[in-house]
Design a protein around this ligand. Structure first.
Ligand SMILES: N[C@@H](CCC(=O)N[C@@H](CS)C(=O)NCC(=O)O)C(=O)O
Length: 167
């Protein structure tokens, strides 16, 4: 396995860091997988470019924003498409998945269903139904990209970085 100087700093959780970890695993590159507990974040916030994790230390400098880091790693390891059109499809899927997470999971569902720091809303059934329908639309769309190409894969002829964003 090839080694790099890259150092990923993220929570001791999957969430926004796991796609990046999986990209390194698929691409066969060693990196440092540094993990921090959520309760220790306030102590290191001041040292982080935007006060948040994940960050990636590279030989060029420090990157922040999980999807930008994932794109950087995917491109570096040849997992983000081989030409402009494939790169664009890779980006479309990442953004579609992120839009679903931002619109439904994080503000509307995690707070009461996962972290339980607010009470279950009265319209919880409707929220879950809307989220399910949105995800079905996005997943069908992702599948249709491969179908239109008449291939098993969304881009290229092998597994790329895209599926990891669904974790
Ligand atoms: N848009 C950023 C969001 C990063 C983010 O919200 N990270 C959380 C952990 S998952 C964090 O650092 N929270 C602490 C804080 O914002 O103070 C990304 O995708 O990297």
């Amino acid at each position: 396995m090839a080694a790099s100087q890259d150092k990923l700093l993220y929570l001791n959780a999957k969430a926004r860091g796991e796609a990046i970890r999986m990209l390194y695993a698929l691409g066969g590159e060693k990196y440092e997988d540094k993990r921090v507990d959520f309760q220790d974040l306030p102590q290191i916030k001041g040292d982080l470019p935007l006060g948040q994790v994940p960050t990636l230390e590279t030989k060029h400098g420090v990157l922040t924003q999980s999807n930008s880091i994932a794109r950087y790693v995917a491109k570096k390891l040849g997992l983000a498409g081989k030409e402009l059109w494939e790169e664009a499809l890779h980006d479309v899927v990442i953004e579609a998945v992120q839009a679903c997470i931002d619109a439904y999971a994080v503000p509307n569902i995690y707070a009461w269903k996962v972290f339980k720091f607010i009470p279950t809303p009265e319209n919880s059934e409707q929220i879950l139904e809307d989220a399910k329908n949105k995800w079905i639309k996005v997943l069908n769309y992702i599948e249709s990209i491969a179908e239109k190409r008449g291939k098993k894969y969304i881009i290229g002829d092998s597994v790329c970085g895209i599926p990891f964003h669904l974790f």
